[in-house]
Design a binder for this molecule. Sequence first.
Ligand code: F0G
Length: 465
Amino acid sequence: MKFKTIFEPFRIKSVEPITITTEEERTRFLEQAFYNPFLLNSEQVIIDMLTDSGTSAMSAHQWAGIMEGDEAYAGSRSWQKMEKAVRSLTHCEYILPTHQGRAAERILYSHLGGMGKTFISNTHFDTTRANIEFSGAEAIDIPIQESLNPMLEYPFKGNMDVNKLEHIINSKGATNIGAVILTVTNNSGGGQPVSLENAQSISAVCKRHGVKLFLDCCRVAENAWFIKNREEGQAHKSSRQIAEEMFMLCDGAVMSAKKDALVNMGGFLALKDKALAEACTSLLIITEGFTTYGGLSGRDMEAIAIGLEEVFDEDYLNYRIKSTAYLGNKIHELGVPVMRPIGGHAVYVDARALYPHIPVDEYPGQALVCELYKKGGIRCVEVGSVMFGKYDEEGKLIPAPNDLVRLAIPRRVYTQSHIEYVIEVFEEIIKGKDQVSGFKITHEPKFLRHFTARFGPVEKELEIQ
Ligand code: F0G
């Protein structure tokens, strides 16, 4: 299309009001939430960019499907639709429905894992790593070198380092490898895509060593769009065809349907091997549910079947990725340091570079998260030393490699004018950046502290002393 305005390739049929608040009110809400946006109520938020997971707007077709949901315990019509949709996309014979992605991960990795096993990924998502480590196995991330520099422009920063893969398999021994997991797009690595060529090379290495390869495919449609538009020789294929090619390279897939299946809840495990599927099915029945619902309602499965088709609409994908890039590029032009190039589902801001005057142990990422909320009612998440920081023996913080802030964009929820609003808020962020100060943690749980930790502004603490 020759016009440059990015517009939503859909009309709005049903709306949900946004409560507009003042900066004064938000300052109070933030204090009441101990400066942790996870503890805010959603009505206190103007633009919610906490996650793209489970936050999609469903289509009229999906809502109609919801009414068609067959809630039979066994063999429901909706399950048959979901099974058919997942089979035709993944080329896997055995499909296990789960209530969300991590349930599929728990089933698969607790079976393949255990003491002495190693899993290798471009980057394990937190829940993937947690499930692997919980089984007693180890999880090793081997993203390519280029991915380590947030400012470097490189088309497929989500790629896995193939030489390192070969090396780890050789040094650990193929039988000790639980699985290789390719996460598309690479969420923890900035929503960056993996190329088809990289997936092919990884698949070849895995096949040669007899090691299983799984796709963490929750954003596979977005990844396929990047391949179609960035990788040489792929433009003539549809994004759907490209996604199918990716699945054909693997032994199976885990999916959080809360992302690219455009639904609010759901997931699945797709497998090619019968024996593995049988073992996983037993685990599924113990904790998730019977094989034809696995923790989902019939209506959820109906919506997943439809969403998996809709997401591959090229106009939708085009709008989706371009709108995310628009936000990232605009704030970059304003002088906000962002991870380059812009990923599929989110924009990642380098808060350490934005606030060089805030020491890492005063959490520059958390400072930006709080500023965005205070200035504009935007809620997002710190992906840095709050989320991944650890303490040494003396209790000193071992910071994360980066202090990023993720602005994740829910699918089909916000319009281009909401995006323009977010850009305007960033203008304010830039103007006031030198006055912002850091935070101290005042209370934290032992695990996954970012969800419930409490913070206090550094200056306030000084006043009290
Ligand atoms: N794998 C990836 C790459 C993910 O991004 C997520 C979830 C999961 C697995 C787990 O899926 O939430 O359905 O159990 N990511 C969300 C996020 C939480 O905000 O990025 P789940």
